[in-house]
Ligand binder design. Structure first.
Ligand code: AKB
Length: 332
């Protein structure tokens, strides 16, 4: 299959990013050319239609069989365990985040596949600049998730240099979306708050009021991902690019929701996730992405809040009410 007519495999397809990315990839390339795969089974009411395969990405032979059997030319490898869940289950986080990436990179080397793999702002630790954290800086993550992501970046870099694998990555900040819930992350509060406020008018936040973190609205994240993958390889100076939308605190988000919807009764009960949030930069410098592939976010805090409220007040909200955040842990 030529690169112009790719056959794309998306692992962790039922996660927060996969659910949205698949819709856009199918709109670009055609439904049949984009194979969704996940270790979980789609829930009734899950609204994407098209090829779906059960896959545990830790099973390299199963991955190889799918690649060969379906003529896969690109893998978007999204299966992962996020930061907070990773601290609770560090060995599983390492296993899933690093070993599965190794499987994907090996298969990519063998069969000359292109790869997209999500990194995270979690690669940065307390020694990196807090504000406008640069593309190139010291990476001293203090979570197993961050360590797995910075190791993953180095593995991608190694496969690129040693074997010429075309592998690309974005260091996503917190992703905000209305379709599928995130799970097991430290930035999840920024999605949970919408659901809780629409349901009860109140929210108990697990981070302090003034915890500033970089965030990105899902439409921007999907557009950025596809833009990166469409860029000529010669234009790309880095394997993993900083990317961001806007930074805000729980207090500022509650303020935006109050302004656009109804007064939010927010209380703060910081838990173990506060330490993780405090280890990450408050804002990100994504000029390298702007310069190399024209990255620009479209959604600021107000625009994102308006979209979230519009989407969640509609039909989708009733479906999501039944979903548990804890069930959505296995993919970014
Ligand atoms: C998390 O909170 O763990 C993720 C991330 C920033 O990578 N959303």
């Amino acid at each position: 299959m030529s690169k112009a007519n790719p056959v794309i495999l998306v692992t962790g397809a039922l996660g927060q990013l996969g659910t949205e990315l698949i819709k856009t990839l199918r709109a670009y390339h055609g439904t049949e050319r984009v194979i969704a795969a996940d270790v979980r089974t789609p829930q009734p009411g899950c609204d994407f239609e098209g090829p779906f395969l059960h896959l545990n990405v830790l099973d390299k032979e199963a991955l190889q069989d799918i690649v060969l059997g379906h003529g896969v030319t690109e893998i978007y490898h999204l299966a992962a365990l996020l930061s907070a869940r990773g601290e609770a289950e560090p060995l599983m986080a390492w296993n899933l985040n690093v070993d599965s990436l190794l499987n994907v990179l090996e298969v990519a080397r063998q069969f000359n596949l292109r790869v997209f793999w999500p990194s995270s702002i979690a690669v940065f630790g307390p020694n990196a600049p807090r504000y406008k954290c640069p593309q190139e800086t010291i990476l001293t993550p203090t979570t197993i998730y961050g360590i797995s992501k910075s190791t993953g970046e180095q593995l991608c870099q190694w496969y690129k240099i040693k074997y010429g694998v075309d592998v690309r990555s974005l260091r996503y900040p917190g992703l905000i979306s209305s379709s599928a819930a995130p799970g097991g992350g430290t930035t999840d509060y920024a999605v949970e708050i919408f659901h809780e406020v629409l349901k009860n008018g109140s929210y108990e936040c697990f981070l302090d009021a003034d915890t500033n973190l970089p965030m990105l609205y899902m439409d921007d994240a999907v557009r950025g991902t596809i833009q990166l993958m469409q860029t000529q390889k010669e234009q790309l100076r880095y394997v993993a690019y900083n990317i961001t939308g806007t930074s805000f605190t729980p207090k500022q988000l509650a303020g935006a929701i109050s302004q656009q919807f109804a007064p939010v009764n927010i209380t703060y009960a910081p838990d173990h996730r506060q330490r993780i949030a405090d280890s990450w930069p408050k804002s990100i410098d994504d000029r390298a992405a702007q310069e190399d592939w024209n990255w620009q976010p479209h959604f600021d805090l107000d625009a994102m809040t308006a979209e979230m409220l519009k989407n969640l007040k509609g039909d989708r909200f009733s479906q999501l009410e039944t979903e548990s955040y804890a069930d959505a842990i296995y993919s970014l």
